[in-house]
Design a protein around this ligand. Sequence first.
Ligand code: THU
Length: 137
Amino acid sequence: MPTTPAQLQALTVAARKAAGRAYAPYSKFKVGAAILTPAGKIYSGCNVENASYGLCNCAERSAIFGAISNGERRLKIACVVVFTPTDSPTAPCGACRQVIYEFGPTARVISTCRSRARLDHAITDLLPNAFGPDNLI
Ligand code: THU
C-alpha cells in the first residue's frame, strides 16, 4: 500500500523528534528514523553510541528493533524516513539497509534533513540482489 502524504509528514516529524533524542557524544552526528507498520503505526528511534565505538547503534535499527520489541509480530515496513540535522540528507548505512530489507523488502527509504534536499529510493535500489529470508531453505 503506498504511503500517503499525511503519513509521510507524520513519519518526518517523528524522525526529526527522534534525532533530538540521539545519544551521540562521540560522533556528534544525531540521527532519527521512523518506520510505518501495516496498521499505520509509527515507531521511531535514534542512534545510541557507546564509549566502545563499535557498539554504536544506528537510528534505523533502533526504530526497527523498538517495533519488534514492542510486539510487532508481523512487521512489514512500507516506508522508512531518516532525518539528520544537516544540509544534505544521509542514506542508511549498509547494515541498516540489510535490516530494513529483512522487514521491508519493498520498503521506500526517504532521507530528509534541515534543507529541502532529500533522497527517495526503494530499498532494492539501495541493496541490489539482497540476501534475505527467502534465500534460506
Ligand atoms: N548513523 C545512523 O544512526 N544512521 C545512519 O544511517 C548513518 C549513521 C549513526 C551511527 C553513529 O552513531 C553516527 O551516525 C556516526 O556514524
